[in-house]
Design a protein around this ligand. Sequence first.
Ligand SMILES: Nc1ncnc2c1ncn2[C@@H]1O[C@H](COP(=O)(O)OP(=O)(O)OP(=O)(O)O)[C@@H](O)[C@H]1O
Ligand SMILES: [Mg+2]
Length: 258
Amino acid sequence: MAWSTGADRRPGAFLRHVRLADDAPTTGYPFALPVVTGLARSGGLPLGPGVTFLVRENGSGKSTLMEAIALAAGLNPEGGSQNFAFATRATESALGDELVLSWSGRKPSTRFFLRAESYYNVATEIERLDRETPLLQAYGGTSPHERSHGESFVDLVTHRFGPRGLYLLDEPEAALSVRGCLAVLARLAELVDQGCQVLVATHSPILLALPGAAIHEIGDDGAIEPVAYDDALPVRLTRDFLAGPDRFLRHLLPDGPA
Ligand SMILES: Nc1ncnc2c1ncn2[C@@H]1O[C@H](COP(=O)(O)OP(=O)(O)OP(=O)(O)O)[C@@H](O)[C@H]1O
Ligand SMILES: [Mg+2]
């Protein structure tokens, strides 16, 4: 991995730009996904320091893109740090090999990919590695398998994540209560102050409220554009639902609300 000499000295500015290689395939999964054709059309996704959120409906390609960025950044596609090399089942797409990442002159002190759907396997690998060289303290002192799903995520971001790190999080809210989301939001703010860069795919209107974060939304045509908090899809839909659940239930349920 090449670290550019044109140094960007802003804290938390490690990964500056993600684009598709000029000679990348254009057909089949994942290259025909709108988010991937959109990435090719736009010339790529610029990333600033601090936290960048990626939002859009289920199936829009967030995980495909996050996994590919993780792979291109030298991380395990199933999750973990740069030292995790296990594979439970090779399901990653070929996109990681076709992404070109541009880095600033700053090198992150550590990197970690949290993938909610496969954290169970990461936890098993943490236990295995701990038997070789003790490392559970770095995760809060208890195996993630002996914590609840949400507790293990909060342990991870609280204890394992540290200053000047690069973190990729795919739906961290999957395990979290509202209070858990608020705890992670507060921890993200601390990590930004400590010079971290974090890319988060999320559906959580709570996490999206992090002050100073950039929110990028994948459009119908696959274009990835910045949006304001109030305009972000998870925020608009959740707000509309909470303002009048009956209006939604009338459409969703044959007999309407009781
Ligand atoms: N191995 C695969 N082969 C073919 N299509 C796939 C494969 N994996 C995922 N897809 C498709 O790619 C699309 C994008 O999936 P992806 O998991 O990236 O979406 P997502 O935005 O992360 O969704 P969610 O919000 O539900 O997590 C989906 O339509 C999915 O069905
Ligand atoms: Mg996903």
